[in-house]
Design a protein around this ligand. Structure first.
Ligand SMILES: Cc1ncc(COP(=O)(O)O)c(C=O)c1O
Length: 473
């Protein structure tokens, strides 16, 4: 995005935010007064006030009565928190997952569990009327099968959105799927055989663990940094001797860590795996939720050999119920097309037409811009609340995008029993154990910031902090 399209107050807020991020302004330090800021930056008082308001919303600064604005104190950042497995593990789903998923399906209200923005943040009215109009104009959409590879216009719209990557994809490189999860499943089908070893993140999204289990695959957990994601050095060692048949990674704002793999690491990973003939299965469902100026590039942008199988979806962004996902499988494309036919024949055409129209008419871009800002604000508000409410010694991630927070509670905590205690009071979150094939991360929890912080939810979050205190007392 060009600077001239960003409101001035937001530019000022971003500049101050980066002086906080780079340590020039430290936690607890006083910011220059509004008047000084106005003079220094040659902007109006309203601009400075709006910029400070935005920084307050992001939880970066706080106003103290009679004293001015200060950089907020934070919980310690999470140190490298992964639990790499010494050797490949067969995956067995933690029985807690079924209880957790039942809760997610039935819960409403004070849940910080679900990794999807809540329904009130989606343009449901616009989509409903698009759906009705589409069906009226094209009734055959529900009386006929659709194409197995997906609607050409939707594939074209998606290809158009990848032009910024500098790595041109055409509509023919793209396959439409039922959510990202089907795309990941197809990717694994195309490049692995039961019993193979797949390198995964640690902690790893439980949906991926379950896919590995269903396919009879073993997982090799690679150390994963909460800020920079999967370690390229560890991956280098793990893939040197041919035992690893594929790598699966969430490149941008991972789940649960919110890690963003730096561009240099993505480039290196892509090149190294291509040289070794190890396919890279990239999951980019969160890439659109960046807090900075530009969307981070996916690994696919550096793929010159077709070795990256790129997987994404619109489900987190706008259309969870439509289940529209897509993939660009590189040199596996033809095989993936056949597998898609075998797996689900096709993705419903009606839903694809609605998605294509939403993209073509510009509605999606307007919506995602707004959603990105809302989620950024919610993440920072939650960070500030967690800092106040949770026991001293709690560590937390500070993601640069996405809408997930990962907490590590102090020694003595157990997130599964905290989950049970919270559930009895109607409060939900995701226990850390679900992100490990070996039940690790028992002191960790994932909080989703996808829900707007109503007074009831603020109270619920504070209560969750109290329950953590009670557990440790
Ligand atoms: C990392 C990751 N990949 C894939 C998915 C599933 O995406 P979809 O709903 O598009 O199938 C999720 C959902 O939580 C996720 O967190």
């Amino acid at each position: 995005m060009k600077t001239d399209t960003i409101p001035l107050y937001e530019q000022v807020a971003d500049e101050i935010a980066s002086t906080i991020a780079n340590g020039t302004l430290k936690p607890g330090e006083k910011l220059p007064s509004l008047r000084t800021m106005k003079q220094r930056r040659q902007v109006s008082m309203t601009t400075v006030q709006e910029a400070f308001g935005m920084l307050e919303d992001r939880g970066l600064i706080e106003a103290r009565p009679q004293s001015g604005y200060f950089v907020r104190r934070r919980l310690p950042r999470l140190p490298a928190a992964s639990c790499p497995s010494p050797e490949p593990q067969p995956i067995v789903t933690n029985p807690l997952l079924w209880r957790y998923l039942r809760y997610v399906a039935e819960s409403a209200g004070n849940s910080f569990a679900c990794a999807t923005p809540s329904a009130e943040l989606f343009p449901d009215r616009a989509l409903n009327s698009m759906m009705t109009h589409t069906l009226r104009r094209q009734p055959h959409l529900i009386t006929e099968y659709g194409r197995s590879d997906g609607l050409p216009e939707l594939r074209r719209q998606i290809a158009r959105r990848t032009l910024d990557w500098g790595q041109t994809l055409s509509a023919d490189d793209i396959l439409i799927t039922n959510g990202c999860v089907e795309a990941l499943n197809l990717s694994l089908l195309a490049v692995t055989q039961p019993g193979d070893v797949v390198a995964i993140e640690s902690p790893c999204y439980f949906g991926v663990l379950q896919l590995l289990e269903t396919r009879g695959l073993k997982g090799l957990e690679i150390p994963t940094d909460p800020v920079t994601g999967m370690s390229v050095e560890a991956l280098d060692v793990a893939t040197r001797y041919g035992g690893v048949k594929a790598v699966i990674v969430v490149s941008n704002f991972s789940n649960p860590l919110g890690a963003l793999i730096p561009e240099a690491n993505k480039r290196r990973m892509v090149q190294m795996l291509a040289e070794r003939g190890v396919p890279l299965i990239e999951d980019d469902v969160y890439g659109e939720f960046y807090f900075g100026r530009e969307r981070p590039l996916p690994c696919k942008a550096f793929d010159t050999t077709g070795n990256v199988l790129y997987n994404a979806s619109f489900t987190k962004q706008a259309l969870p119920g439509l289940r529209i996902g897509w993939m660009a499988g590189g040199r596996y494309h033809a095989e993936l097309q056949m597998q898609k036919f075998g797996m689900s024949f096709c993705t419903p055409s009606l839903l694809q037409v609605v998605a294509a129209e939403f993209l073509a008419a510009g509605g999606f871009d307007r919506h995602i811009r707004q959603l990105r800002r809302t989620l950024c604000r919610q993440v920072h508000e939650m960070l500030a609340l967690v800092t106040e409410a949770f026991p001293a010694g709690t560590r937390i991630t500070e993601p640069q995008g996405g809408f997930l927070l990962w907490l590590e509670l102090p020694e003595g905590a157990d997130s599964q029993s905290l989950f049970d205690a919270a559930l009895r009071e109607g409060i939900g979150f995701t226990p850390g154990q679900l992100f490990s094939p070996r039940g690790e991360f028992s002191r960790c929890m994932r909080l989703s910031c996808g829900v707007p912080l109503t007074p009831a939810r603020v109270a619920a979050l504070k209560r969750l902090g109290e329950l953590a205190h009670v557990q440790l007392s």
